[in-house]
Write a new protein. Structure first.
Length: 367
């Protein structure tokens, strides 16, 4: 009785392997896949029922030589190979990803899976590099946090003056259209004041966690920027209206997209003067993507695309660093703050830019 309780309390080797974050496969001596953990389904892009019974060498040809030695009876214990792993996605064309695979020969008589001879650990190299890059960027942001808090103090004081001036102006206005403009100024000043207060005390006050309809946020941002740049700028809305809400802080996500869209509009001065500036706001549901340093099974991708001059190549790697700006009048805080808020929501923000097309992509995982 005691022994049965002990056995029930112990995790089986396969259960332990299934909980691992990395992809793990078990194969026989010929490379036939006998079992895979949950992470392997994500990496291979298909269910276990699909890839169990197939040969690993058909997906990762670089393993074939090692398996040939194993089958011939050679004394091989382990190997590390780099190659391209073929992935299969339901309803889509197969693709491949650069991986590192560690093949380890299992001891004879391994009871968890008697037919298994080899344990294979597979790591997505590109994903690992991206995770390292994200971690380095986070460390840099932490190092500059105190500086940003000091700058936020300088921003906080003028906001009260702006709000007070708008209130005085509103009391002297007669036309409803003019009063509507001052109401917007007062509302935005209040929102910025709240954001600055949160920024000055990031550890004392947690970000709100609520259901946020990103399309409502984007429409609010679009109306604000359209009012700020009334001529020469067109908006194209391409929304996936089936997308569910994301969890996050509505005010902070509003600031994220306002910073991105406003930056895009400001960068297109020549295009606006020629009447051909355009900003595309696009949302899509994406699957199996990296959001921050974690892989998300499903996320909302929000693209802000403009047809401006593009971001110079030497600035693209540091565009999210604090105090980095390509405009003489810019503060260099907007995109840095946007990145901070996106990370707080568990997401990531990236940039792709060439002359004539710049895309900021915000990935927000569904929870």
């Amino acid at each position: 009785m005691v022994e049965s309780k002990r056995a029930a309390g112990r995790e089986s080797p396969l259960a332990v392997l299934d909980m691992m974050a990395g992809a793990v496969l078990l194969t026989d001596a010929a490379g036939k896949v006998l079992w895979g953990n949950s992470a392997s389904e994500v990496l291979l892009g298909c269910s276990r029922r699909t890839f169990v019974g197939t040969n690993l060498c058909d997906r990762l040809a670089e393993c074939a030589e090692w398996y040939a030695h194993l089958e011939s009876g050679a004394a091989v214990e382990s190997a590390r190979v780099l190659g391209r792993l073929l992935r299969a996605h339901p309803g889509a064309q197969p693709d491949d990803v650069r991986v590192q695979a560690v093949l380890t020969r299992l001891p004879d008589g391994w009871t968890a899976c008697p037919e298994a001879c080899v344990l294979v650990e597979v790591v997505d190299v590109e994903e690992t590099l991206q995770q390292d890059k994200e971690r380095m960027s986070c460390e840099l942001m932490d190092a500059n946090r105190q500086l940003l808090r000091n700058l936020a103090h300088e921003i906080k004081n003028p906001l009260g003056g702006i709000r007070g001036a708008a209130q005085l102006l509103e009391s002297d206005l007669v036309r409803e259209e003019d009063r509507e403009c001052t109401s917007i100024i007062i509302g935005e000043a209040d929102r910025l004041q709240a954001l600055v207060d949160r920024f000055l005390a990031p550890y004392r006050q947690k970000a709100a966690c609520e259901d946020v309809n990103v399309h409502e946020v984007l429409e609010h941002v679009r109306s604000l920027v359209a009012m700020e740049f009334p001529e020469g700028l067109a908006f194209v809305r391409d929304y996936d209206i089936s997308a569910p809400p994301v969890r996050g802080d509505r005010a902070r996500l509003t600031q994220v997209f306002l910073n991105i869209v406003r930056n895009a509009a400001e960068a297109m001065g020549r295009e606006r003067a020629q009447g051909r500036a355009a900003i595309v706001l696009r949302t899509r549901i994406v699957r199996d993507v990296m959001a921050g340093t974690e892989r998300a099974r499903m996320a909302l991708a929000v693209d802000v695309v403009d047809n401006g001059p593009g971001v110079p190549a030497d600035m693209q790697e540091k565009i999210f660093y604090p105090l980095v700006t390509g405009r003489a009048e810019g503060s260099g805080l907007g995109l840095s703050l946007a990145q901070t808020f996106v990370r707080q929501a568990g997401g990531t923000i990236t940039l792709e830019s060439v002359p004539g097309r710049t895309t900021f992509r915000v990935l927000l995982p569904f929870t």
